[in-house]
Design a binder for this molecule. Structure first.
Ligand SMILES: Nc1ncnc2c1ncn2[C@@H]1O[C@H](COP(=O)(O)OP(=O)(O)O)[C@@H](O)[C@H]1O
Ligand SMILES: [Mg+2]
Length: 822
């Protein structure tokens, strides 16, 4: 279908939507000439195929009824059919003449589509094809005015809102969406940049020709922006001192200005956990894209989201091969030796680097050939570099790191391709540690690790011989590892001495000081103004008053900024009514996913069962932390308790009235992002009412338009809050959490910890977040070797024990590798 010129479309729409003879007064409140022009432009741009997707919801948002919208569709179709002959001017206003329009198929189907489109905006959005996603992106995503309409659509029935308020919230939504778009662009750039590249081998080989060897990195006036021009960092300073370990604090904590909390105030949306550009910054550093960055450093950036390179080579070999510089040097050594041997000198393969070189050097003394001497000199450099890289002990070092990250010997010798995603990410991490770059940058390293691996990594990083930057939401990890903290906020980097907790204290102290300064200024000013007001009319004090006025003016010029305070957000989970015991009781439970003999169930060797003979109970006052390495069966145990798996032998009984709340790292992902928070909650808990959900969500600071706009427009933190709301809404007796913290930001973790602490019901948590475990649990149970045993001791004891166990395994692996080699 040929799309008519914009002006023709405008005339067609105006004939329906504007009052006769007026360009500004619409048949419906809020619609005017501008809006009509806008709609025409939109149709002209997007074509008439998806007319239902474009103008239907838009018009519905203004409260247009079905007949009116149909009439618009008819007018537009007629205009398209009649070409540019201007006959559209005759379009009927009541839209009832579709049938009489000579049975125009196009016109009819267009109008039908339009009609369907407006029956339920939600249903249109639920099932999406690729094209629809595009169309919706257009709808929610690109045009500011449409975002405003989104808001209006949701508020269409809210007739109490004045048009001034509507305009205001429209503006706010526009701002929020622009912000969202920007953040989305950053996020997308980060995703695109990382896709497909194996993080193991992307180190750029340093350039040593400058002869510089200072180990600190200091670059001034660093500015970074995205391809689309959005600035991330302006005039920043990179200041990384040798052997210090920097935590990069997330800076996308939602903020509210305390003295101006309006119901419409928008908590700025950010996308995902990398919304401010931390990953982009680290990647730019690693790629030497930062201007004036010295080129002689080995720099590596490891993102845990990226899949490591895999293949048929063993895990151990993959890690060793990851050091591109080392490989290049070894290649060069081979080439040089071959060339030198071509000159008639034999160097034995078994002999050490030094012996080879000595032999060659002795010969070169007698030889005048310039290239020969140059080769010898280069070989000398190659060996020196290899020495620094510790190339000799490569294998045992790689083995040690892999063991620390909980790879068993058979996993180390098996192919990388046999590993699951999570373990491949560990290979990437192992490779980075093996390469031991001068500047190592880790992006959320703990996300895919179990607690035992986190603990080992923590202790390993504490004695890292070079410089480290780590982005993490794991408070304990940051506290244990970091010597410094960098705050990335408002496009600047600010450096703090000390670990994460120290940073929090220092920045709180700073804010308090600023508040004091501001308050002192306000008090002094008020005092002076009082004097001025009192004696303004008094003639014999005119001079004094004048000088006071001058003083106030001067003060105002140098006035401190009013202080913006980060408001801590907290929520609570309602306490459940009492229940008769036992709440949950697990008696002699055996479980495995595959049982050889269904009847007897015991053909499988005992040691191969995931869980055997488990006895365990949960009460309303249980606070249980479930520990144990990856694959031990922790999630399996939780699933048995929640009746998602049935025991093969033994029994699990639950109180008949028991409500279990389940929260995992994926809880915030289960929502339909095209629906609003209110709609999602209503889908989860049928029988409730719109208004009740709105006020309930309000307690989770999902207020006003935030509760009504599609959830894709909410920040990651806000989505977590909706997940918290759905957890609290069911008033659980027992909360079961499986790795709750992975995709939460610090503030959300803190809020969840506090809520769970105050909750007077049962709790079971699997987490690799030490802060979370130690602050919410009273008892620890360890899953491993088929058993579930209560741990006698506190978390620190467990940590000590685990570290010792890992250290022993590491020592054993080094020993076994050296026996193989000798
Ligand atoms: N649905 C399943 N089917 C078959 N095996 C499974 C299934 N889920 C988990 N497993 C296996 O059971 C073991 C325990 O898994 P899981 O309970 O997820 O451990 P954890 O939560 O402690 O990491 C692992 O070896 C895992 O591969
Ligand atoms: Mg698990």
């Amino acid at each position: 279908m040929v799309t008519p010129p914009e002006e023709a479309l405008r005339i067609a729409l105006a004939s329906i939507l504007l009052k006769d003879g007026s360009d500004d007064e619409g048949v419906v409140d809020g619609i005017d000439g501008d809006i009509v022009s806008y709609l025409a432009g939109m149709l002209h741009e997007s074509g008439l195929e998806d007319i239902n997707d474009s103008i239907g919801p838009f018009l519905e948002g203004y409260g247009c009824d079905v007949a009116l919208i149909e009439a618009c569709g008819t007018a537009v179709m007629r205009c398209a059919k009649n070409g540019n002959r201007g006959e559209s001017l005759n379009a009927s206003k009541n839209g009832s003449n579709i049938g009489s329009d000579n049975g125009s198929y196009e016109a009819q189907s267009g109008a039908m589509k339009l009609k369907q489109g407006i029956v339920s905006l939600s249903s249109v959005l639920t099932d999406q094809s690729e094209a629809e996603i595009d169309a919706n992106r257009y709808m929610w995503g690109q045009e500011n005015k449409i975002a405003a309409m989104t808001n209006q659509t949701r508020d269409a029935h809210d007739s109490t809102v004045s048009s001034k308020d509507k305009r205001k919230s429209r503006k706010e939504l526009e701002a929020a969406r622009r912000e969202y778009e920007e953040k989305m662009a950053i996020f997308q750039a980060e995703e695109d940049g990382g896709a497909g590249k194996a993080s193991v081998s992307n180190m750029i080989i340093p350039d040593y020709r400058s002869g510089r060897n200072e180990k600190d990195i200091h670059v001034r006036n660093v500015s970074l922006s995205l391809d689309n021009g959005t600035p991330l960092l302006t005039d920043g300073e990179l200041k990384f001192s040798h052997r210090r370990r920097y935590g990069l604090a997330r800076s996308d904590v939602p903020r509210l200005i305390l003295d101006d909390v309006s119901p419409h105030s928008i908590v700025f949306p950010t996308v995902g956990k990398n919304g401010v550009g931390k990953t982009t910054l680290l990647k730019a550093i690693a790629a030497f894209e930062v201007e004036n960055m010295p080129r002689h450093h080995r720099i590596l950036h490891v993102r845990q989201e990226i899949q490591a390179a895999g293949g048929d080579i063993s895990v151990l070999q993959a890690v060793i091969d990851a050091d591109v510089e080392r490989n290049t040097l070894i290649e060069e050594e081979k080439k040089l030796l071959k060339r030198l041997e071509g000159d008639g000198i034999k160097t034995d393969d078994e002999v050490s680097m030094k012996a080879k070189l000595d032999k060659l050097k002795a010969l070169s003394a007698n030889d005048a050939d310039a290239t020969f001497n140059a080769d010898i000199k280069r070989l000398d450099e190659v060996y020196e570099r290899l020495q620094i890289l510790g190339a000799d002990a490569a294998e045992s070092r790689a083995g040690m790191i892999l063991t620390g990250l909980q790879f068993t010997p058979s996993m180390q010798n098996g192919p990388t391709s046999a590993l699951s995603g999570g373990w491949r990410m560990r290979v990437a991490l192992a490779a980075a540690l093996f390469i031991e770059p001068d500047l190592l940058m880790l992006d959320e390293p703990t996300n895919h690790l179990d607690l035992e691996a986190v603990l080992w990594l923590e202790s390993y990083m504490q004695s890292y011989r070079h410089t480290l930057i780590v982005v993490s939401h794991d408070r304990s990890f940051l506290n244990e590892v970091c010597t410094d903290t960098i705050e990335f906020k408002n496009k600047t980097l600010t450096y703090y001495k000390g670990d994460y907790d120290t940073y929090v204290r220092t920045s709180e102290e700073n804010v308090k000081n600023l508040m004091r300064v501001y308050q002192a200024y306000m008090d002094k000013r008020a005092h002076m103004m009082e004097f001025i007001d009192k004696f303004r009319a008094s003639a014999n004090r005119a001079k004094l008053v004048q000088s006071r006025i001058k003083a106030v003016e001067k003060m105002d010029l140098e006035a401190p900024e009013p202080v913006v305070v980060e408001q801590l957000w907290r929520f609570s989970i309602p306490n459940p009514e009492p229940l008769g015991r036992p709440i949950i009781s697990i008696d002699d439970v055996w479980f495995d996913y595959t049982v050889v003999d269904e009847v007897s169930g015991f053909k499988k060797p005992k040691e191969e069962w995931i869980l055997q003979q488990v006895n365990f109970g949960v009460d309303l006052d249980s606070r249980i932390g479930i520990l144990g390495p990856n694959g031990a069966g922790k999630s399996t145990l939780l699933n048995l308790i929640m009746d998602r798996l049935k025991p093969i032998k033994g029994s699990i009984s639950r109180n008949g009235n028991l409500r279990i709340g389940h929260f995992t790292q994926h809880s915030a992902d289960k929502f339909n992002l095209h629906l609003s928070a209110v709609e999602n909650m209503l889908n989860l808990f049928s029988g409730s009412e719109d208004q009740i959900m709105r006020s309930f969500l309000g307690k989770f600071q999902i207020q006003g338009t935030d509760a009504l706009k599609p959830m894709m427009m909410l920040s990651g933190g806000q989505k977590s809050r909706v997940a918290f709301a759905s957890l609290a809404y069911q008033k659980p007796h027992v909360i079961i959490m499986d790795e709750p913290t992975n995709h939460l930001d610090m503030e959300s973790i803190d809020a969840l910890v506090d809520a769970v602490k105050d909750f007077r019901g049962g709790l079971m948590v699997v987490s690799h977040d030490q802060h979370f475990i130690t602050h919410t649990c009273k008892e620890l149970w360890v899953v491993g070797g088929g058993k579930v045993n209560r741990f006698r001791g506190d978390f620190n004891d467990y940590k000590k024990e685990t570290l010792q166990r890992t250290a022993k395994r590491v020592a054993d692996s080094v020993k076994s590798l050296s026996t193989i080699n000798n």
